[in-house]
Design a protein around this ligand. Structure first.
Ligand code: AGP
Length: 610
């Protein structure tokens, strides 16, 4: 997810573009750049890293007033963050900013190389910019060029384009990625999202898919997919700029929980081809995977808890022992790493110092290392032997939510792939799991989000608690561990996760009258045992709350127990629904207590110190 802006009008466009990019930094922030028309000459300034690096370069360029330009803040999907990979991508006649993914970038590159084009970056966007350059040279018409480019490009895109032959004009087209246009008395604006235009106007028009917009200082023309002029349909923004950055949600955390269906879709879609798990070239080959007879999963916090789910599914499908370990323990205990082992490191940020140190330790022992990370080109991604990217988009809130869900999804796909190679499952079984992940999982998570109000009711019952237990058996115990962390880190309630079968061996002494015990029960095979655990704690005065699957509710309804019934889905997918539900419990508990949900005390989004 990236942020694009454009402005043409009476104001100096440089500060307008920079301010617009600042309002869109939540969409991605690993590099940024601007292009503008200086007469009929396209000039481009861009920089890796924070927006302030770009500002410094612009300052040093000692530019005069410019009045037409485009800007971009990047969330890398192709090509690590760097000056050369940052946008805009320009030729002498064309400059382009892009939010989205050009899936057929390799075909486009091959076609353009035959036409004599060369390439300097690793990005799909550069391929798109040179395709537009080539098409423009044929048509000499920016609108026709964008229609033809749209027909040739597969994937998602919001393009902002300037042409040296058309000073004062910006052109745009989109498919799947958002794009809005607006105008005030001074000129016209283009942006990925509302926050960028709010300082100037609350009126905006969402560009329709495959429509082309032509912005000039005095007006905005829209052409429909048949190139007929179409009237812009304006709406009025209801949010202030702070709210708008959060898409109207009160906090980034809630926004990111609601992004889980689309984050899962993006992550899973990219990792399935011909119905089977498919991993790109930076992934262990089948020979290596066939030789693996032990896996170490090493991470911190929520990422480590995703590893616990990974252990469950890898051992279930591939029958390979998986050891899950906290990174800060792993590399200090001189772990026993067998010859045929694989070490997997999970991290949203890819910059967690403890996880990086553990990776370096594993590498020093000659163990092949695979990183599962969300930030493209992050340290972990660059130092591991192999990397799998999750496609959750930027995760701003300190509490990790959508990143956890997509980490679990990637581990499910990895488990199916490994099990297939180890011949522990058939390709039909692998296809079936992939299809459930691809089509059923986002739907089921969205159905869980629809329970938000019911779940909020539950959180009102626990927000005054000082202590709380999460319990479960099997995979439900692994989810209890993550649910407990989520609650305590943002609501400050002391919460513990316990294996339901273990309570009677000591901890049950802590169960006093009214203490909340949230029991997670989605594994039908363990329901009877879990229910006896519920009776044990209820008999000692606990306030039991049950999160259970629809399947179990059918057979083992507990009428006296407050219950959140998770939507019916494939049994293997319940962990994802449980995660969404308990994330919402944590969120509402924290928000109702007036805590700064996105920035809880003492915590940082990425812990880059050991
Ligand atoms: C998640 O809710 C926590 N804020 C924290 O445990 C986090 O998961 C941990 O610090 C690891 O971060 P990483 O995924 O960026 O490596």
């Amino acid at each position: 997810m990236c942020g694009i802006v454009g402005y043409t009008g009476a104001k100096n466009c440089i500060p307008v573009l920079i301010e617009g990019l600042k309002m869109l930094e939540y969409r991605g922030y690993d590099s940024a750049g601007v292009s503008f028309l200086d007469g009929k000459c396209i000039r481009t300034v861009k920089a890796k890293g924070k927006l302030s690096n770009l500002e410094e370069r612009l300052e040093a360029s000692k530019l005069g007033e410019m009045h037409c330009g485009i800007g971009h803040t990047r969330w890398a999907t192709h090509g690590a963050p760097s000056d050369i990979n940052s946008h805009p991508h320009s030729t002498e006649m064309v400059s382009l900013v892009h939010n989205g993914i050009v899936e057929n970038h390799a075909e486009i590159e091959a076609f353009l190389r035959q036409k004599g084009y060369t390439f300097v970056s690793d990005t799909d966007t550069e391929r798109a910019s040179k395709l537009i350059d080539m098409l423009y040279k044929e048509t000499k018409d920016p609108v026709a060029t964008l229609f033809r480019a749209s027909a040739a490009i597969r994937g998602s895109y919001a393009f902002g384009v300037i042409f040296s032959d058309f000073p004062g004009k910006i052109f745009a087209i989109r498919k799947d990625s958002p794009l809005i246009i607006a105008k005030d008395a001074s000129g016209s604006f283009l942006a990925s999202d509302i926050p960028a235009i709010l300082p100037y106007t609350k009126e905006y028009c969402r560009l329709d898919e495959h429509y082309v917009a032509e912005l000039s200082r005095t007006d905005i023309k829209i052409y429909d997919e048949n190139a007929n002029v179409s009237e812009p349909k304006y709406e009025v923004a209801l949010w202030n700029s702070e709210q708008a950055k959060k898409g109207g949600f009160p906090h980034f955390m809630l926004k990111e929980i609601y992004e889980e269906p689309s984050a899962l879709e993006s992550t899973i879609e990219r990792r399935i081809s011909n119905g089977l798990p498919s991993f790109d070239e930076t992934f262990p080959d089948n020979i290596l995977l066939e030789s693996i007879d032990e896996i170490h999963v090493v991470a911190c916090g929520t990422a480590m808890h995703a590893g616990l789910v990974g252990k469950y599914i890898i051992e279930k499908l591939a029958r390979i022992p998986v050891n899950v370990e906290i990174a800060s323990e792993f590399h200090y205990r001189d772990p026993i790493l067998k010859k045929n082992s694989l070490a997997i490191f999970i991290s949203q940020s890819g910059e967690t110092a403890d996880t990086l140190a553990a990776l370096r330790h594993a590498k020093s022992e000659g163990v092949p290392t695979l990183a599962i990370v969300n930030v493209f080109g992050s340290s972990l991604a660059r130092e591991a032997d192999y990397v799998l990217y999750t496609m959750a988009g930027p995760e701003i809130s300190v509490a990790s939510t959508k990143a956890y869900s997509v980490q679990c999804a990637i581990l499910y796909l990895f488990a199916a792939h490994l099990a297939l190679i180890k011949q522990k499952i058939t390709s039909e079984a692998a296809r079936s799991l992939c299809e459930k992940l691809r089509s059923e999982l986002p739907r089921a998570v969205a159905a869980t989000l629809a329970l938000n109000d019911t779940i909020h009711q539950i959180s009102t019952k626990i927000s005054s608690a000082e202590h709380l237990f999460y319990i479960g058996r099997g995979i439900d115990y692994q989810l209890s561990i993550e649910s407990s962390l989520k609650l305590k880190e943002i609501s400050y309630i002391h919460s513990e996760a316990y294996a339901a079968g273990e309570l009677k061996h000591g901890t049950i002494s802590l169960i006093t009258d009214g203490i909340p015990v949230i029991c997670i029960m989605t594994d039908s095979s363990l329901a009877k045992k879990t229910i006896s655990g519920i009776h044990e704690v209820a008999a000692r005065g606990a306030h039991v709350i049950l999160i259970c699957s629809a399947d179990i509710q059918d057979e083992h309804a507990l009428p006296d127990v407050e219950t959140v019934i998770l939507p019916r889905t494939e049994p293997l997918l319940y962990p994802f629904l449980t995660a969404t539900a308990t994330q919402l419990i944590a969120y509402h508990t924290s928000a109702d207590k007036g805590i700064d949900v996105d920035k809880p005390r003492n915590l940082a989004k990425s812990v880059t110190v050991e």
